[in-house]
Write a protein that binds this ligand. Structure first.
Ligand SMILES: Nc1nc2c(ncn2[C@@H]2O[C@H](COP(=O)(O)OP(=O)(O)OP(=O)(O)O)[C@@H](O)[C@H]2O)c(=O)[nH]1
Ligand SMILES: [Mg+2]
Ligand SMILES: [Zn+2]
Length: 312
């Protein structure tokens, strides 16, 4: 028996990194059915025990070690199943773009809420700043300012022009970070830039609808300097899993202090009189787009009320 870290999972085959190199493994049958309803019982970043078969050069994963954390999303809006994007990560990095494709603020907020729920520090990276005109730069700067004011780390980069790429030196050192975001924002291009030995597949944005082509199909962990970066397939949206409505406000960092001033301490910040969060939205202290994202996540929960137990 030995221990390894999962660096890629296709659902059938798992690549694990060991002291002796990278080994392809299968999964012991009974591990496929573990409590939590997930489309992938073993995720990139998992620490696993495995048995190595010298004759076949393959291994069998026999145990998944307890996870420090995991980033999970509902696999589709109506699904009972969750998909684990990555496990045991130090930062959840959202790669976003103002244009080609456009990342919507609600998407950013849902990503942040998921990271907060998992107690993983989110970082927001705006890529492709090289293609923005004056108005788009204004939009970029106001988004940056809004998220920085809340207390998040936000960076503006261009992979194409190697602008600000050195910010990653510090972020990645001795860490495992996960990159996520819409298809076509430049996640794989960024990983290629960070480690010039890699040649991950990338492709142009589709001209007809301005979106990405879902080029990366499986999450995979790559070495970058002294750390590790998990490149993931582009996604359209985040559905949160396993949350109680009363917890959602705590996933919005700037609501936490303000909500202490609400008249009712179980205030949902929706219809109650004397709600300090709503007053803060009216006064501009809390950004209206953040409040809108909060309401949107609450509504997901209403639609799926009967499903909540499926995740416990
Ligand atoms: N102009 C510009 N284009 C970029 C930049 N970074 C990446 N691109 C281009 O954006 C396109 C999509 O890049 P990918 O790296 O494939 O995007 P991805 O996020 O990995 O996409 P998926 O794997 O589908 O999720 C490619 O044509 C890249 O060359 C940038 O900083 N500026
Ligand atoms: Mg990619
Ligand atoms: Zn309130």
């Amino acid at each position: 028996m030995a221990q390894a870290i999962v660096i890629k999972s296709t659902g059938k085959q798992y690549l694990v990194r060991t002291d002796a190199g990278i080994i392809s493994c299968s999964l012991r049958g009974k591990l496929k059915q573990i409590g939590f309803k997930s489309t992938n019982p073993v995720a990139v970043g998992d620490v696993v025990d495995f048995d190595f078969d010298k004759n076949s050069e393959f291994g069998v994963i026999t145990k998944i070690q307890p996870r420090k954390n995991k980033i999970v999303r509902r696999s589709t809006n109506l699904s009972r199943y969750a998909h684990i994007l990555a496990a045991n990560i130090d930062y959840a990095v959202l790669v976003a773009t103002v244009k080609n494709p456009k990342t919507y603020p609600e998407f950013i907020d849902r990503f942040i809420a998921g990271a907060e729920q998992s107690n993983i520090e989110p970082i927001i990276i705006f890529n492709k700043i090289d293609i923005l005109d004056k108005d788009e730069l204004t939009e970029l700067n106001s988004l940056t300012e809004m998220y920085e004011k809340i207390g998040f780390k936000v960076f503006q980069i261009s992979v194409l022009q190697s602008l600000n790429i050195n910010i990653f030196d510090e972020i990645i050192a001795d860490k495992i970070i996960m990159l996520s975001g819409n298809s076509g924002v430049g996640k794989s291009s960024l990983v290629n830039r960070l480690n010039e030995k890699l040649d991950l597949k990338t492709s142009e944005i589709s001209e007809s609808y301005g979106g990405g082509k879902h080029t990366t199909t499986f999450a995979e962990m790559h070495q970058v300097g002294k750390g590790w970066v998990i490149d993931t397939p582009g996604i359209k949206g985040y559905g949160l899993t396993d949350f109680k409505p009363e917890d959602v406000a705590t996933y919005f960092r700037e609501f936490r202090e303000v909500s202490k001033r609400c008249k009712y301490n179980n205030c949902s910040h929706t219809h109650e009189p004397g709600c300090a969060v709503k007053s803060a939205v009216d006064s501009g202290e809390i950004h209206a787009s953040r409040y809108k994202s909060y309401i949107s996540i609450l509504n997901d929960n209403e639609e799926d009320k009967y499903r909540l137990d499926a995740y416990r």
